[in-house]
Design a protein around this ligand. Structure first.
Ligand SMILES: Nc1ncnc2c1ncn2[C@@H]1O[C@H](COP(=O)(O)OP(=O)(O)OP(=O)(O)O)[C@@H](O)[C@H]1O
Length: 323
């Protein structure tokens, strides 16, 4: 395993920000740390980067125990939410700043800086002051600056949260492309489940400093192991809940039909969203959210009786450990 956290705990006075956290990331993977505000994502990332000293546990990268190393000699570099660029420097000066401390001559540093500016598509901007760049461009400078020092692991702390929705989608695609081009291992913090599902090879869902579940996007979405993960990732209809188990179905997994199905109900809400139509169907026992693909016809009407077909999935509420 390329990155390994073993029982990492970090407290701030009486607050346990990260609680005996263990996980592994393989070389070349993008792992997303996903969870609500305050669950300990940033603390975990800062602990890996060496900006925080952990109370106990071990952090290992590529076989080396880095737990007690200062940040500047860890094989990591970090892209912060705020970008943290040097405002009075040009794009290129920002990107090559870190190379000074790595023994590069000025000429070599410029060559390397330009190579990475090319990768992030900003070579023509190399002599601009960073303050004259858009948010997305500044983000790319921050990315090039973090990559130019060829870290073994790139740490990204909510890197897209300051961008508008459209740019966020574009940048997450670019980050994924850069990752596959360079084959670099990334740990990416986000509270946005859609972003995590898109970008991650593996998602670690955190809750109150602890790991709730770790798995591929498909695993955490299709087979959540706890009520918390079910609620946090995607929308779902809880069909039945008891102390030992929960059964649920995702809105897009329910098929609506006028003639056949395993349940019958009345359309009590209907909302046209564009690529799909969202319905609420009242059955004898449940009110179910249904998301039906817009296939170019009118769909179902408000007040109409429809058949539904779906297969429930179950979460067993016994404690799981899948690390
Ligand atoms: N420097 C600090 N001093 C005291 N408490 C802190 C400090 N940093 C974080 N905490 C606390 O540790 C817990 C975890 O915080 P952390 O920033 O890691 O969460 P997060 O999941 O990254 O949240 P967000 O998505 O809001 O950034 C929170 O309860 C937070 O208040």
């Amino acid at each position: 395993m390329f990155v390994k956290l073993e029982n990492v705990t970090k407290t701030f006075n009486e607050v346990i920000a990260v609680d005996r956290l263990s996980f592994k990331v393989e070389k070349g993977q993008i792992m997303c740390l996903l969870g609500p505000s305050g669950c300990g994502k940033t603390t975990t990332l800062k602990s890996i980067g060496g900006f925080l000293k952990i109370n106990s546990g071990r952090i290992i990268i590529d076989g080396q125990d880095i737990t007690n190393l200062p940040p500047e000699i860890r094989p990591t570099s970090t892209v912060f939410q705020s970008y943290a660029l040097f405002p009075h420097m040009t794009v290129l000066q920002n990107v090559i700043y870190g190379l000074k401390f790595k023994g590069y001559s000025r000429k070599e540093a410029i060559k390397k800086g330009e190579e990475y500016l090319e990768i992030v598509g900003l070579l023509p901007y190399r002599n601009r002051n960073v303050q004259q760049l858009s948010g997305g461009q500044q983000q790319r400078v921050a990315l090039a600056r973090a990559l130019v020092v060829t870290p073994k692991v790139l740490l990204l702390d909510e890197p897209l949260s300051n961008l508008d929705a459209k740019l966020r989608v574009k940048m997450r695609e670019e980050i994924k492309d850069i990752q596959s081009q360079l084959g670099i291992t990334m740990i990416f913090v986000t509270h946005d489940q859609e972003e995590a599902l898109y970008i991650a090879d593996i998602i670690a869902v955190m809750n109150e400093g602890k790991l709730e579940q770790i798995g591929t996007p498909q695993e955490v979405y299709c087979n959540p192991k706890s009520k918390f993960v079910l609620d946090f990732i995607g929308n779902s209809n809880v069909i039945e809940e008891s102390s030992g188990s929960i059964s649920f179905v995702r809105p897009e997994e329910i098929i609506m039909d006028r003639h056949q199905g395993n349940t019958y109900g009345k359309v009590v809400k209907r909302k046209f969203i564009g690529s799909y139509i969202s319905y609420v169907v009242q059955t004898e026992k449940n009110k179910l959210n249904v998301q039906a693909q817009n296939v170019g016809n009118e769909g179902f009407e408000l007040g109409e009786y429809v058949y539904l077909t779906y297969k429930e999935r179950y979460i067993s509420l016994e404690k799981h450990s899948n690390i």
